[in-house]
Design a protein around this ligand. Structure first.
Ligand code: ADP
Ligand code: MG
Length: 226
């Protein structure tokens, strides 16, 4: 469970271009549930997601992960925590060009120093499960949009993280691929994972498998729906 208490986030603090991206957020993200952060562009979704995922620190307020205060931890602990706790599906996929699909999927496991063959086998399992087995050796630049997204999901799952994080995952996907994404999310939730997604796509926040919707506007929560 992730709890945010009185969280604020300022960018460019004290400068003329200061932005208050989040104002006084109190929020609990339930374990083994699918939570969607929705709101218009600029409402603070990505900022909130980055605090939930320990990618950034709040300007003020506290973030607890399973009862532990993480907002004050030094960077080296946060790096380790991110690696073991979160899998990330970024908006622009962030696949590394010039590497194969399989190499991309294996990448987040590299710092753990595990046996290469075991990681490779696990990566191939994830790729097979997402119908990307035949694409394992393709350079990522040859993938279609839907394939690239599934490759990103396989990469996010390689270290078996309890929490899956996705920022606007369906922004560039058609309806069939959006439904496919939702099926994958449902399967991961059924496997015990917690999923947190930002989206202003009604196909996502209105979907059946979503347990909680948090509505943001101008950096504040304006509604929570279950
Ligand atoms: N790195 C940054 N530096 C300065 N301002 C930022 C930065 N990231 C986001 N912002 C601003 O913070 C506000 C919230 O942005 P963001 O969290 O990206 O919202 P959303 O994901 O809902 O579009 C916006 O006004 C945006 O311009
Ligand atoms: Mg965003």
């Amino acid at each position: 469970m992730i709890t945010l208490t009185a969280v604020t986030k300022l960018y460019n603090e004290g400068r003329p271009n200061e932005v208050q991206a989040l104002r006084g957020i109190d929020l609990t993200i339930a374990r083994n549930a699918v939570t969607v952060l929705k709101g218009p562009s600029g409402s603070g979704k990505t900022t909130l997601l980055s605090l939930i995922a320990c990618m950034a620190r709040p300007t003020s307020g506290r973030v607890h992960l399973d009862g532990e205060l993480v907002s004050g931890l030094p960077e080296k602990f946060l790096t380790e925590l991110r690696r073991t706790t979160f899998g990330f599906v970024f908006q622009r996929f962030n696949l590394i060009r010039g590497l194969s699909v399989l190499e991309n999927v294996m990448l987040p496991a590299a710092p753990l120093g595990l046996e290469h063959a075991a990681v490779r086998a696990r990566a191939l399992e994830h790729l097979d499960a997402l119908d990307l087995g035949p694409r394992a050796d393709s350079p990522v630049e040859y993938l279609s949009g839907g394939e690239a997204q599934r490759a990103t999901i396989a990469r996010a799952l390689i270290n078996d993280p309890p929490i899956l994080i996705a920022d606007e995952p369906t922004a560039n996907l058609d309806t069939a691929l959006t439904e496919r994404f939702l099926e994958i999310v449902a399967a991961e939730r059924a496997a015990g994972r917690t999923v947190v997604i930002t989206s202003h796509d009604p196909r996502i926040w209105g979907a059946e498998g979503v347990d909680a919707v948090v509505e943001l506007r101008d950096g504040a929560i304006t509604g929570e729906f279950a």
